[in-house]
Ligand binder design. Structure first.
Ligand code: HOZ
Length: 427
C-alpha cells in the first residue's frame, strides 16, 4: 500500500500541530506507523490522500452512524449554509432539535446545546454541583468524559492509549474532588460514599463504556448505582456521548431501562458537525443560566449548520423503525465472523459487543473493567491493526477504543473484513 502523501503530510503537520494531530489517538502512537490522511468518504468507505480505500470501522468515533456523505444530511447542511453559518442568536432549528431529543429520550424535559461531548460533561457536573450543593464526583477508572480537568483522572481513551491516565496540568484541588471507582464493582462505589458522607454531588458513568474498548455493565451494577444515588441525594449522570442515538433512539436509558438524572450527548446528535448537549428534568435544568444561577455559555452553541445536520440525522433514524436492529445485526455478523477467524488461527482473544459498538481484546481474561482491558497484548493488537489496515479495514488505532459501525456497511464489506481477519497470524 502506497501512503507516500500521508507520510509527507504527517511530516509537515508535525511542524505546526502538536504531534501532527488535533486529537492524540489519531497519531498512531500506540500502534506505530504513519497516520492516514483522508480526503473523502462515501457510505462506509474512506478514501485517503493517496487514493487507497478503507472500510470504516470508526465512523468518526461515532457520529457518522448513517455513513459518510449521507444525502439527507449533506443537503440539510448545504441549505443551512445558505442562511448563514452563525448568528450567535436563537434560531428555530435549535428548538426543533431540542423538541425531538425530549420526545425521543426518556426522563428529560430540557436540553442545553453545546459544542462537544467534553463541554456537555463538564457542564453537567457543574449543574449537579450547583443543584446538590456538594463538591465531589465519582467517575470510573478507564471511563472518559472528555478532556475537562475533573475527568482527566485515571481516564480511558487517549490517556489509556498513551499510558498517562492522569494528566499534568490538573491542579491537586480539582483532582481531590474527583473520586475514582472500579467499573462493574459496586462495593468500590459504596466505599467512596461511606468515606465521603454528604459530599458527593454525582456519579458520572458511560452506561456502556467505550473508552477502554467496549465494556458492558454487569447485571445489577447500574441498578446499584441508581439506588446509591437515590439513598444519598447524589445525581446519576449518564454520559451518552457514545451511546446516545447509537444503541436506540432513547439511548442506554431505554435499552437498559435505568433512569438517569442528567444525560450528556455528543457525536450522533451532530451527525458529523460539532455538537454536544446535556439534558434532564426541568427541576434540575432550571438551575442553568439564565433561568438559574449555574453559568454556562457558548458563542457557537446551537450553530445553524450543526442543528441542521443533527436534525437530519435524528429524523432519519426516527423514520426507520428497523435502523438499530439492522445495524446491530451487522455487528453480530462481524463479531461471529472475526471471532471464528481468530479462533481458527489459535489467536487468544475476547470480543465485547453491544449494539453497534464492538472491541477485540487479545487476552485470555474476560474484559469487564479497565484492569482486565489492560491485560490485552498490545503487540498483537498492533500487528492486527496494521494487518487490517493493509487489507483495507480502518480500525481504531488503539486497543482502548470501541469500534463504531455505520449502517452504510454492506454484507459484502463485512465478509471482506472477516476474510481479512482470517489471514491474520501473529508471526
Ligand atoms: N476521544 C476520542 C475517542 N474516544 C478520539 C477522538 C479523535 O481522535 O478524534
Amino acid at each position: 500500500m502506497n501512503i507516500r502523501t500521508s507520510e509527507q503530510l504527517f511530516a509537515r503537520a508535525q511542524h505546526f500541530i502538536p504531534g501532527g494531530v488535533n486529537s492524540p489517538v489519531r497519531a498512531f502512537k500506540s500502534v506505530g506507523g504513519t497516520p492516514i490522511f483522508f480526503k473523502s468518504a462515501l457510505g462506509a468507505v474512506l478514501t485517503d490522500v493517496d487514493g487507497n480505500d478503507y472500510i470504516d470501522y470508526i465512523s468518526s468515533w461515532g457520529p457518522m452512524i448513517l455513513g459518510h456523505a449521507h444525502p439527507t444530511v449533506t443537503e440539510a447542511i448545504r441549505e443551512a449554509t445558505l442562511g448563514s453559518t452563525s448568528f450567535g442568536a436563537p434560531t428555530e432549528a435549535e428548538i426543533e432539535l431540542a423538541e425531538l431529543i425530549v420526545d425521543l429520550v426518556p426522563n428529560i424535559d430540557i436540553v442545553r446545546m453545546v459544542n462537544s461531548g467534553t463541554e456537555a460533561c463538564m457542564s453537567a457536573i457543574r449543574v449537579a454541583r450547583g443543584y446538590t450543593g456538594k463538591s465531589k464526583i465519582i467517575k470510573f477508572v478507564g471511563c472518559y468524559h472528555g478532556h475537562a480537568d475533573s475527568f482527566l483522572i485515571k481516564a480511558g481513551s487517549g490517556l489509556a492509549t498513551l499510558g498517562t491516565p492522569s494528566s499534568p496540568g490538573v491542579t491537586p484541588g480539582t483532582a481531590a474532588d474527583t473520586l475514582t471507582a472500579e467499573y462493574n464493582d459496586l462495593a468500590s462505589v459504596e466505599a467512596l460514599f461511606e468515606a465521603n458522607k454528604d459530599e458527593i454531588a454525582a456519579i458520572i458513568i458511560e452506561p456502556i463504556a467505550g473508552n477502554m474498548g467496549c465494556i458492558l455493565p454487569e447485571p445489577g451494577f447500574l441498578e446499584g448505582l441508581r439506588e446509591l444515588c437515590d439513598s444519598t441525594g447524589a445525581l446519576l449522570i449518564f454520559d451518552e456521548v457514545m451511546t446516545g442515538f447509537r444503541l436506540a433512539l432513547g439511548g442506554a436509558q431505554e435499552v437498559l431501562n435505568i433512569k438517569a438524572d442528567l444525560v450528556t450527548f455528543g457525536k450522533v446528535i451532530g451527525g458529523g458537525m460539532p455538537v454536544g448537549a446535556y439534558a434532564g428534568p426541568k427541576e434540575i435544568m432550571d438551575f442553568v443560566a439564565p433561568v438559574g444561577p449555574v453559568y454556562q455559555a457558548g458563542t457557537l452553541s446551537g450553530n445553524p449548520l450543526a442543528m441542521a445536520s443533527g436534525l437530519a440525522t435524528l429524523r432519519t433514524l426516527k423514520n426507520n423503525p428497523n435502523f438499530f436492529s439492522e445495524l446491530e445485526n451487522k455487528c453480530l455478523a462481524l463479531k461471529a465472523g472475526i471471532g471464528e477467524a481468530l479462533s481458527a488461527n489459535n489467536i487468544t482473544h475476547q470480543i465485547n459487543q453491544f449494539g453497534s459498538m464492538i472491541s477485540v481484546h487479545f487476552t485470555e481474561e474476560k474484559v469487564r473493567d479497565y484492569n482486565s482491558a489492560a491485560t490485552g497484548n498490545n503487540d498483537t493488537f498492533k500487528h492486527f491493526f496494521h494487518h487490517m489496515l493493509n487489507e483495507g479495514c480502518y480500525l481504531p488505532p488503539s486497543a482502548f477504543e470501541s469500534w463504531f459501525l455505520n449502517n452504510a456497511l454492506t454484507a459484502e464489506q463485512i465478509e471482506q473484513t472477516i476474510s481479512a481477519t482470517s489471514r491474520f497470524t501473529k508471526s
